[in-house]
Ligand binder design. Structure first.
Ligand code: 5GP
Ligand code: ZN
Length: 113
């Protein structure tokens, strides 16, 4: 498996891991775009949001609850945060293992570039 995020899940390459359970992994982005930039990924390899299946519905809810918990633990829940999922090349996806960017700690522009 050549997927870089699967390698992080399997501890074949290092990452600054924040949270892990049987279904998800959360770690700091290597190239942060905000004071807090965390990636939350399913342990199941799903290449893009378009590959989601009915059976993944609960997993997605679990990812969002994990994001909420991280925002409270790291102290940016009160100020707020942004969640971004880039789906395919035109949206800016570069790693084809679906991931949820969690950005916080500065005011965010809208619309995104
Ligand atoms: P995308 O552009 O696919 O939405 O986001 C991919 C993200 O993964 C980027 O923000 C990039 O900085 C991050 N990333 C790529 N390779 C690694 C890595 O090896 N470790 C970590 N922690 N983040 C990575
Ligand atoms: Zn993967």
């Amino acid at each position: 498996m050549s997927c870089i995020f699967c390698k992080i899940i399997n501890k074949e390459i290092p990452a600054r891991i924040l949270y892990e359970d049987e279904r998800v992994l959360a770690f700091y982005d290597i190239n942060p775009q905000a004071p807090y930039h965390i990636l939350v990924i399913p342990k199941k390899h799903i290449s893009t949001l378009l590959e989601l299946e009915e059976a993944d519905k609960e997993l997605i809810g679990h990812i969002y609850l994990t994001i909420n918990q991280i925002s409270k633990d790291l102290g940016f829940a009160e100020r707020g945060y942004r969640v971004v999922v880039n789906c395919k090349e035109e949206a800016g996806q570069t790693v084809f293992h679906m991931h949820f960017h969690v950005l916080a700690g500065r005011p965010m522009d809208w619309p995104p570039g």
